[in-house]
Design a protein around this ligand. Structure first.
Ligand SMILES: [Zn+2]
Length: 294
């Protein structure tokens, strides 16, 4: 009798459910979707070594990050003001972490605004060089342990966690460094809540090995809930009506309406209906969450 086959069944990297199915095939790689939280991810993720090498060597220079980031100085200043207004603290009393800062323009602007503490995290040597020039501490992810516990009032993850092999572990590594009540700010490409079924559409942002995880508002909320964080804001933005049109028939609005009820009042009324509960059809999501214990 042949030995029983031990087929590898991947579990959802966010909610651990074993119920998943193929979502899309792209360039010989398979994207899976989770039945429970509708998270989408690559069946085969790269190794830690592969991703760190990729970011160390290729990503920053290859993507014209310096130009992109420099063009955004004014946006970053406004964004810092927005973050301060959320935590009701002046810059002088606020320590901020910009995780995945790339060329550290936002941290540089924070230094200029007299933030009490400013740290960027990035793999790229180039980020550290600019940091040295601008008086910004830029650490590798593994060096974050050197920061005192309960140091940061704000941790910002802008287009960062979807690049990580294990977003839950990444966030978990930062939590001891956060003050009780501190703000976790996450923004990244958004997948609306899709039906649990194969998709025939090539979806924007499914670029391997840069984007490894495609969060639905449900999987994003689930991720933060599992870490003990409390969500204070959740919405999406950009091209909502177009996404609704493009994804007609593929969205599971009834499921989103049912599962995301508790976030219905946590949207942003500045953005149109389709950006908020239960549609969340914008191309990017934004989540604010608080660290417990304030
Ligand atoms: Zn899941």
């Amino acid at each position: 009798m042949p030995p029983p086959s031990l087929e590898y069944i991947p579990s959802c990297p966010i909610c651990q459910s074993f119920e998943n199915t193929e979502f899309y095939q792209k360039e010989g790689r398979t994207l899976l979707i989770c039945r429970n939280c509708r998270h989408v991810w690559w069946r085969n993720l790269p190794s830690e070594e592969e991703t760190s090498r990729y970011y160390l060597e290729q990503y920053t220079s290859g993507h014209g990050q310096e130009t992109i980031q420099n063009d955004n100085r004014e946006y970053y200043r406004n964004h810092l003001a927005e973050l301060l207004s959320i935590i009701h603290k002046p810059a002088e009393e606020t320590c901020i972490l910009d995780y995945g800062c790339s060329i550290p323009i936002l941290p540089h602007e924070a230094v200029k605004l007299s933030f009490r503490g400013v740290v960027g995290v990035d793999y790229a040597a180039e980020s550290k060089e600019f940091g040295r020039e601008w008086g910004v501490t830029v650490l590798s992810p593994s060096e974050l342990t050197a920061v005192p516990d309960r140091y940061f009032d704000i941790a910002r993850f802008s287009h960062t966690i979807e690049h990580s092999i294990d977003p839950a572990a990444l966030l978990q590594s930062v939590l001891p460094k956060m003050r009780p009540g501190g703000l976790i700010y996450i923004t990244q490409p958004n997948f609306p809540v899709f039906r649990f079924a194969p998709s025939g559409k090539d979806l924007k942002d499914t670029v391997y090995p840069e984007h490894l995880h495609f969060f639905s508002p449900l999987s994003l909320a689930e991720l933060t809930r599992r870490l003990g964080l409390s969500v204070t804001k959740l919405f999406s933005h950009q091209n909502e009506a177009e996404v609704i049109r493009q994804c007609e028939g593929a969205l599971d609005i009834d499921y989103a309406r049912d599962r995301l009820k508790e976030y219905a009042s946590k949207g942003d009324a500045v953005f149109p209906t389709y950006a908020n509960y239960p549609y969340y059809a914008g191309e990017n999501s934004v989540l604010h969450a608080r660290v417990p214990g304030a």
